[in-house]
Design a protein around this ligand. Structure first.
Ligand code: CA
Length: 532
């Protein structure tokens, strides 16, 4: 007995130490929206800050750490999510463009978190197709999902849920926190909003928000892309020429107000997204937009005035959708407080890429220009991240998987390609932190006609390579030219910089083992752009 007592005591001490270490592992609440550009977040100090679009997310930033130089690897919905799941670039995880189907059988960070003892759940937009793996509970929107009364796919099947999508997703997550969470087990909860993705339909309570406000215009609203490679002039994402008054902006073009217009394809009309609304919802929608549409028709706008009107309508609807997301972040944090989970839960706000909100005259994303390359990334880790801190290290969505795994205290797989952000969150940037990020976009030919390109960005410079039609390059000094209007690639004064950046691009391409075909295909431009 005398011999076994100290042994038992030792075992007991070890077990309790183990348990307290287990308990100490932080929970992770990862709130992830779709197409929310950093410059549409007040804390990021963009030109939209003036309209105070995100008070709740701004508060999260003032309580935690905001990453100024946060970038995606491939600026489009599905691929960004696949990179986050795997910690691998698109060419490694196989999901290179939205037409692909994600191979859920491959290694993903939620599966590894489960193995490490975490309870995991995901609600909202998956955009990866197929049945999610690595989650103890889930409910995902089919494809892009709908803003009003969306269908959702649950493990047991598909069903319609009445309500506004952002609220529906928030309520599923809150319900999970309250009723399905296993007490004493660390969790990782992903709340993935559809908003503020096109086609921008705000919640009924936000239809009148910003009604009496003039949204400031971006300085590049009337950019003519004079200094860019030809790709910038051959796209189809201009507010002026490509944004549809009815499909994108819900402008009434018919006497019956947004009934299916016979002259438009049904899937390209506003009605395609409105037909899901209830009579009561439609009534409120029409009451808000009807008078605005009437005023528009009476004004008979054209030229730049029409572009300005479209920008206002677009930016307001976009920011109204953002407002719903901002409120969701508040509701989720309030739930953590009520459940006394706040102290040991890391709250992250992030979106899959940036977006053009009239910048360069555009909407959508895809390009390596900063507005769509940047991702918001804000982390509140109570007791660890310094409140109100702003990190300027170069980070990517490639890094999240390893970050989550290090937080869980589990082994980091050697084949992941990112770097854990945990040291950065603790305020200690490793001396050998990356000096450039690597980017590669693949979806061409496709909607919006943004050609394939790759490139690198350092804190100060950016090199972009368009390779499909012929060898075309852009080089920017972001310190002196943040709007990327002066392409320095052919400037003899910057020959050394050009040489250095090209060598770095080649080095990073090899480092990430990107062997994608980047050869010139001269026939492609003739086929898809016969007028060029
Ligand atoms: Ca997106």
């Amino acid at each position: 007995m005398k011999k076994t007592l100290p042994l038992l005591a030792l075992l007991g001490a070890m077990l309790s130490g183990f348990l307290s270490a287990q308990e100490a592992r932080p929970n992770i609440l990862f709130v992830f929206s779709d197409d929310h550009a950093p410059h549409a977040i007040g804390a990021y100090d963009g030109w939209l800050k003036k309209v105070n679009p995100t008070p709740v997310i701004d508060k999260l930033a003032s309580d935690g750490m905001l990453f100024v130089n946060s970038f995606c690897t491939n600026s489009i919905c599905g691929p960004s999510r696949a990179v986050i799941q795997t910690g691998k670039h698109s060419h490694k995880n196989g999901f290179m463009n939205n037409g692909n189907t994600f191979d859920w059988n491959q290694q993903t960070f939620p599966k590894l978190l489960q193995k490490a003892g975490y309870q995991t759940a995901i609600y909202g937009k998956s955009h990866l197709k197929g049945k999610p793996q690595g989650y103890d509970d889930w409910a995902v929107l089919p494809g892009q999902g709908l803003y009003y009364n969306p269908d959702m796919i649950f493990p047991e099947g598909r069903k319609r849920i009445d309500g506004y999508c952002t609220d529906v997703v928030t309520d599923l997550a809150v319900g999970w926190l309250r009723n399905k969470r296993v007490a004493g087990k660390p969790f990782m909860l992903m709340v993935q909003h559809k908003a503020p993705h096109r086609n921008w339909m705000p919640a009924l309570r936000h239809l009148d928000l910003y009604d009496d406000v003039e949204i400031p215009e971006p300085p590049t609203l009337f950019d003519e892309w004079k200094d860019n490679a030809p790709a910038a002039r051959l796209q189809e994402l201009e507010i002026d020429r490509h944004m549809d008054l009815n499909y994108d902006l819900f402008l009434d073009l018919t006497p019956e107000f947004n009934q299916p217009p016979s002259q438009l394809r049904q899937d390209r009309s506003a009605w395609h997204n409105m037909k899901r609304m209830s009579e009561e919802q439609l009534k409120k929608w029409r009451a808000a937009y009807g008078p605005r549409d009437k005023a528009f028709h009476e004004a008979k706008l054209s030229g730049k005035d029409l572009v300005r009107w479209k920008f206002q309508r677009y930016a307001k609807n976009y920011l109204r959708c953002v407002k719903g997301v901002d409120e969701s972040v508040g509701k989720l944090q309030e739930t953590l407080r009520q459940l006394k989970l706040e102290r040991n839960t890391i709250v992250i706000y992030c979106s899959d890429q940036g977006f053009y909100i009239g910048d360069h005259g555009w909407y959508d994303k895809r390009w390596m220009y900063d507005e769509s390359l940047k991702m918001p990334f804000i982390v509140k880790w109570p007791g660890v991240t310094k409140p109100g801190s702003r990190n300027t290290d170069l980070i990517q969505n490639l890094d999240y998987a390893q970050t989550f795994l290090e937080l869980a205290g589990t082994k980091l797989p050697e084949d992941m390609q990112g770097k854990s952000l945990v040291p950065l969150l603790k305020g200690n940037t490793p001396k050998d932190w990356r000096k450039e990020i690597y980017y590669h976009y693949y979806e061409y030919p496709s909607v919006h006609m943004v050609p394939r390109h790759n490139g690198i960005r350092s804190k100060r410079h950016k090199l972009m390579h368009f390779y499909q039609f012929k060898d075309e390059w852009e080089l920017y000094d972001l310190k002196n030219d943040p709007d990327e209007l002066n392409n320095l690639y052919d400037d003899p004064k910057h020959a050394q910089l050009r040489k250095r950046m090209k060598a770095r691009l080649e080095k990073l391409r090899k480092h990430y083992e990107d062997e994608s075909d980047t050869s010139v295909k001269p026939d492609l431009i003739k086929k898809y752009r016969p007028q060029s």
